[in-house]
Ligand binder design. Sequence first.
Ligand code: PLP
Length: 424
Amino acid sequence: MSGCNILIMTICHGDLRGYPVTTHYSAETVFCNLISQRKITMNLEFDKPIDRKGTASQKWEKYGNSDILPMWVADTDFMSPPCVMDALHQRIDHGVFGYTNVPNELNELVIQRMQELYNWQIEKDWIIWLPGLVCGLNLACRAVGGSGDQVLSPKPIYPPFMSSPRLSDRTVATVSLKESNGHFILDFEALEQSISEQTKLLLFCNPHNPGGSVYSQAELEQLAEIIIRHDLYICSDEIHCDLILEESLKHIPVASIGEEISKRTITLMAPSKTYNIAGLGCSFAIISDLQLRKQFINVRKGIVPDVNLLGYTAAIAAYKDGDEWNKKQLNYLRENRDYLIKEINKIPGLKLLPIEATYLAWIDVSGAKLSNPAHFFEQAGVGMSPGRDFGDGNYMRLNFGCTRETLEEAVRRIKRALANELPA
Ligand SMILES: Cc1ncc(COP(=O)(O)O)c(C=O)c1O
């Protein structure tokens, strides 16, 4: 069942008077009319169902025409902010889409953003634009050390952290996160024990995917001390930095905490997750050290294409005018998160810890004793990411960047399935 259908079902029947049954109205049309007539209240930006089927969406095409709710890959079902849409329309209307340079305005916006948000003074030359963050992870593995060297990665982790060292002819060793006061953090003792002569690089993820941890200043300082003492480099994937849900917390780029660690850091960021523009491929690395930057630029030469001009256009609009919209999005996501945590923890066999950032819930399903959790939940009509892909088969990752209606339906399906009442 799609989000649109669910929504219509929840509208009181009397509200549908005036819509002749012989005429086909889209869910969206009925919904928007009811809102304009103030018959239902909604959060205009985020409750509105958008039909993504038939739009070549990875998320929505995975399950074809089946009824499975796609709650896996990390993009949201929300429309990008109006400022992004307007900028893209304007750029399209220009009608000429030739080769493009990095717009100076975008570099200035990133410099200003790092200063204002993190008190981190960066320079224009430090910024390298990339068509994706996964590409940045792979380049980092190739830029640091040599063939056969070891890269450390946390576990559980977004899968490309484990594949990019191998693709770069490096070995990979994982360091498990540990749970501390309802928050997953890197086990620093285990990290130190994993470091060998061959270790050159740590791939780090902050906020962490999956698990949603936001690392504190003290944790980052401890990490930086280890990196410096062992003469390592760190590639810090901070793609989720603008999606901090816990209001008492703040994102801190690891490179911003001191000059010494900055020289050893490749920071990766993007507006893609926050403003739902992942399909436009616009990300960037920040590398302060000249030698490290040269190595990074060298390994991308001739292989990695430039960012496309629509990606740049969307990024400028998002960073220039998107903050207010994101505040509203964060409020919506917080409510989704709170609802999900409350409901999931009521279900026998499931456990969900507090989520400090991201729209990704890392659900411990081990208590349900399922032989194949991914298959089980798909059968129940909920398509989540299998924890085993992230290095821990006891978990499932659920993307709650969707309308509340969709989330509520997913929870109903999960509950029903686990109560042994699978729909026919
Ligand atoms: C931590 C992290 N890094 C990178 C990516 C993907 O980035 P991109 O699509 O820009 O390659 C994701 C997407 O889910 C992610 O969660």
